[in-house]
Design a protein around this ligand. Sequence first.
Ligand code: GTP
Ligand code: MG
Length: 266
Amino acid sequence: MTDPMPSAKAVPPVLFPGGASAPAAAVIIPVLNEAASIGLVLGEIPRGSVRHVLVVDNGSSDGTPEVARAHGATVLHEPRRGYGAACWRGIEALPAETKYVVFLDGDRSDYPDELPKLLQPLVDGEADFVIGSRARGAEAGALLPQQRFGNWLACRLLKRITGETYTDLGPFRALTRKALERMAMRDRGFGWTVEMQLKAPRLGLRTRELPVRYRKRIGKSKISGTISGSARASWTILHTLWTYRRFDPRDEHPAPAAQARGAAVP
Ligand SMILES: Nc1nc2c(ncn2[C@@H]2O[C@H](COP(=O)(O)OP(=O)(O)OP(=O)(O)O)[C@@H](O)[C@H]2O)c(=O)[nH]1
Ligand SMILES: [Mg+2]
């Protein structure tokens, strides 16, 4: 069985600008060809809100890593394609001091200036897991109809399976490192967000949804903007729900067949 939370790797991440006196938080940003947006995303992370920003690249061909590095991020490379694979690589490289972990997309759909709002309940010890919900804060056209439907369906199924009420599977989210360790994340594709939301109530985590704004992405859509991408993401989400429907932290982890499937993105 894989180590659920490998220890920090030998290469220490660089301190993000203004991070010296920030809470012990690290941001993980999975990216694939986001050169047009990643600099803006990094520039909009409020200075002093986090210590480290780890941008995890899957072999971008447009110079994304160079732009990220120039904007103060630590850049990591992950050879296995997939959103979850990139997130996992970031987890593997978390500095030992990290207590809070934030996930954020690199396409500038989210508003990084809302990061302190998501972190606050963790820092105050009032929540273990904070999800940015776009249900009410998305500008027109930012969430495509198929995304809205997919989120609605997944949230209904989550309610049925776990009893927990969610309004979104938003990628902008924050959790304590302890909560993340207990989740022992397995999905390496787009089942990542739903796996977290299914496991959280079963683990007895204190989850809070906070409204966040959401805008149209910069650059080329890789998932929800294409029919094949949407179909693959939907399949992965449903498969992940099915795989973990009986998840019980007291049992051994089920081995999901979909772990690597659905991870590949064109
Ligand atoms: N490292 C890595 N990052 C990825 C991969 N696929 C997507 N991403 C990144 O994950 C984030 C979310 O992907 P998006 O393409 O924005 O997915 P989405 O928001 O569902 O849909 P669109 O914005 O319409 O494409 C972005 O920062 C992408 O660059 C991948 O295979 N590897
Ligand atoms: Mg996006």
